[in-house]
Write a protein that binds this ligand. Structure first.
Ligand code: ADP
Ligand code: 5GP
Length: 192
């Protein structure tokens, strides 16, 4: 059994979309709510998508060692996983699922015994097209996210599993089968 599941990959790969589909199919997992200093997008709620914190509040919590991991992402925005989230989910008897950019994912892989990391991949031209269509960031920030995505795609091999999200339905099926297999301790899934 994995202690935590980590879903990672470049912006626009479809991590959020795939996770929303996964949690409907696998009730044993529960997604951690990260903290961030970025602006809230239309439709997002504090405590649901993220805990939206000021820079000062975030840094105070870093000082109190409240984060399992935290990073500064593009445009100086900070993101981090609060240890309290893992405790909350474990108390409910669920397996925590973390959606992280690649640096945070590698840190969790190195520091949390039993963590399993899943990289969601897509072609860079497709990432750019999706981010422009999603239209939740400025043109400048989309450029920054794409430049970072090129580097992140090169790190694919450092993660336990890779799922190509070209066809959404196929990717949902593959991710669901993988996670069900990981949770079923009697199953043997080959690691790459
Ligand atoms: P991430 O969380 O990795 O940044 P999202 O889940 O927000 O990515 O997906 C980015 C955009 O791409 C969204 O608008 C989403 O609807 C779309 N999308 C996700 N998967 C696919 C896919 N397989 N084919 C086409 N569009 C997709
Ligand atoms: P977005 O602004 O699109 O919601 O997220 C930007 C990036 O930050 C995504 O790649 C997302 O996976 C990552 N992210 C979200 N929460 C965390 C977190 O708690 N820690 C780390 N390291 N990355 C996070």
């Amino acid at each position: 059994m994995p202690t935590v599941l980590v879903v990672t990959g470049p912006s626009g790969a479809g991590k959020g979309t795939l996770i929303r589909e996964l949690v409907e199919r696998v009730p044993e997992i529960e997604v951690t709510v990260s903290a961030t200093t970025r602006e809230r997008r239309r439709g997002e709620e504090d405590g649901r998508e993220y805990w939206f914190l000021s820079d000062d509040d975030f840094l105070e919590r870093v000082g109190r060692d409240e984060f399992l991991e935290h990073v500064e992402y593009v445009s100086g925005h900070r993101y981090g996983t609060l240890r309290s989230e893992l405790e909350r989910i474990a108390r409910r008897g669920h397996v925590p699922l973390l959606e992280l950019e690649t640096a945070g994912a590698l840190r969790v892989k190195g520091e949390v015994p039993g963590a399993v990391t899943i990289f969601i991949s897509a072609r860079v031209e497709e990432l750019e097209r999706r981010l422009r269509e999603r239209a939740t960031e400025s043109t400048g920030e989309i450029g920054e996210r794409i430049a970072l995505a090129r580097k992140q795609l090169e790190q694919e091999g450092e993660f336990d599993y890779v799922i190509e999200n070209d066809d959404l339905e196929r990717a949902v099926g593959e991710l669901t089968a993988l996670v069900r297999g990981l949770l079923d301790t009697t199953a043997t899934m080959p690691r790459r």
